[in-house]
Each structure stands twice: as C-alpha cells, then as structure tokens.
Design a protein around this ligand. Structure first.
Ligand SMILES: [Fe+2]
Length: 301
C-alpha cells in the first residue's frame, strides 16, 4: 500500500480489506498444482493491491468489465484484441524479456503481435512473399547460424508484414493471403527473398484498445518493421522483427518492441539499379541484410 492509498482510511477499514485479500489468497492453498497455486495467489495479491491503491469505484469496475467484454466480442480467429491489449500495456514485451535472456550473440526477440497466421504459403529461396501486396520492393538476405557460428541449414523462416498502406492481409476482409510466407535456409545457412519495404502503421483502433489509447492520449503507431519467426531443431525458436534505421517512430513504438540490435539499414536503390537476382523492378527498391543467430534450445532462457 502506498501512502496516498492509505490516506483517510481507518485502521478498521484497512484491516477489513487486508483480511479479504488474505482470505482469497488462502482459498488457493490446497491447489495441487504448485505453479498454478503460485500464479493465482500472486494474481490475487497484486490485483487486490491495485484495487486498494487506486480505491476503485464501482463505476470504474463496471467500465473495466465492459472493456474486457468488448475485447472478447471483437476477437475472432483473425482479430486478437487481447494480444493487442497485452502489447500496448508492455506485458508482451516484458514476457519476451523474461523468457529470452541475452545468450551470447543470439538475435534478440521481440513481440509476436496479433497478425501471425498459421499455414502461410511456402516460397523458394529468392521468392516473393508479397503476393500482390502493394509496396516498394525490398530484397532481404542473410544467414541463420547458431551461437557457435556454424550455419543452421533447413531453418524454417516465417515472415509477415503490412503493405504500404499499413494493412496486413487479414485486415483486407476478403480472405486474400499476401505479404506473408515461409522459406527454409539453405545448406550453408543462407536465405534470401523479396518482400516490401516496411512502413509505419497504427495498431487496429476500432476496438476497445484503440479507445484506451485515444482516451489516454497515446499514439497508436508502430515503428516500421518486418516480422520473423525462425525455428530449427535444437534451437530456441526466435520471434522477432527488424526495424528501419531512421524511422521517426523508433522511440515511440506503441508496443515497446524496438531493440537497438534489431534496427537495420534498409538501403534504397534508385530506379534502374540492377537487383541481386536480376529481377526487373519498376522504380526504386531497398535492400537489407539480417543475419540471424539462434540460441540453443537446451538452455531455458
Ligand atoms: Fe506488425
């Protein structure tokens, strides 16, 4: 309890509140699963401390229930408001930080986000993930290796991103699959593909999380990024993004996902510049290198 929260509260009232919090915690004493018991008792402890600290009014309690109900109603298999809520409260990034400690030179992780979809199309090395999504072409290449420096062949690399208007395919509303795919690293650990140059976009604002951001005067904008998820046997699965150096939003990403090591140089090539694979591009294009280092999976990190 903070000083401000106890101000004006009689010892009798305080004792009554503490007794209730203790009684609810104790209701989980006989839980047979020790981890579940720990989680529930800590949740109750901190929840009651929050309620008492802010002296929550009954109107505010009702508003909170309505908020969570609205988050549930708008969530379906293509829209995940609860991940968005977790992201915008920094809970996702904190969980990532707790579970992905620094391990040698392993690439840092960041938030998963709400727009990953299982079953993305596969592409060959050098293929194009855009599938018609609008945007400036971007050539992405790099290697996948372990912390020992050895290449990791056959790593499954999932990539997904928004189009130049800031929309993911799941937001198109017509079932199209675009700007997402998977590919595999080669025998030498290398990978390469065409995507589109990332641009900033707002998180979906037509639900309760958008209302929360507006009510609190927060920006809904995410820094420009391209999502990666990399899986390989014996390695810790890496969920991360790369960000665009120079993006004005790097310091105010609304999900707190930016890490310095993930900011990359997207070098813009003027129209007519030959491309790495000979593809003819109409207009400018960009090029970025992202060398991925996977931590071993046998170390909980
Ligand atoms: Fe994203």
């Amino acid at each position: 309890m903070t000083l401000s929260s106890t101000r004006g509260i009689s010892p009798e009232q305080s004792a009554r509140e503490e007794e209730l919090a203790a009684r609810v915690q104790a209701s989980f004493d006989s839980c047979r699963d020790p981890r579940l018991k720990e989680l529930m008792q800590a949740l109750v402890k901190h929840l009651h401390a929050f309620l008492r600290e802010v002296r929550l009014t009954e109107e505010e309690w009702h508003a909170a229930i309505e908020f969570l109900t609205a988050a549930g109603r708008i969530t379906d298999d293509r829209r995940q408001e609860f991940i968005l809520l977790s992201d915008t409260l920094g809970a996702s990034m904190q969980t990532v930080a707790i579970n992905n400690d620094v391990r040698g030179d392993a690439t840092e992780a960041t938030v998963f986000g709400p727009f990953f979809v299982e079953g993305s199309p596969g592409i060959e090395p050098g293929g194009d993930i855009s599938f018609g999504a609008a945007g400036e072409p971007c050539w992405i290449e790099g290697t996948v290796s372990g912390v020992d420096g050895d290449p990791v062949p056959g790593a499954r690399i999932e990539v997904w991103e928004a189009d130049e208007d800031g929309f993911y395919d799941v937001q198109y509303g017509d079932g199209r699959v675009a700007a997402r795919a998977h590919l595999f690293s080669g025998e030498d650990g290398t990978y390469r593909f065409w995507g589109i140059t990332p641009t900033p976009y707002p998180v979906p604002c037509d639900g309760p999380v958008g209302k929360m951001l507006e009510a609190t005067g927060r920006s809904p904008m995410r820094a420009s990024h391209l999502h990666f998820m990399v899986e390989a046997p014996g390695c810790r699965t890496l969920v991360t993004h790369i960000f665009v150096r120079g993006d004005a939003l790097l310091g105010s990403d609304t999900v707190f996902g930016v890490r310095e090591s993930l900011i990359k140089d997207f070098e813009r090539r003027p129209p007519g510049t030959p491309t790495p694979d000979g593809r003819v591009v109409d207009g400018s294009w960009t090029q970025v290198r992202f060398d991925i280092v996977l931590a071993p999976s046998d170390v909980r990190g």
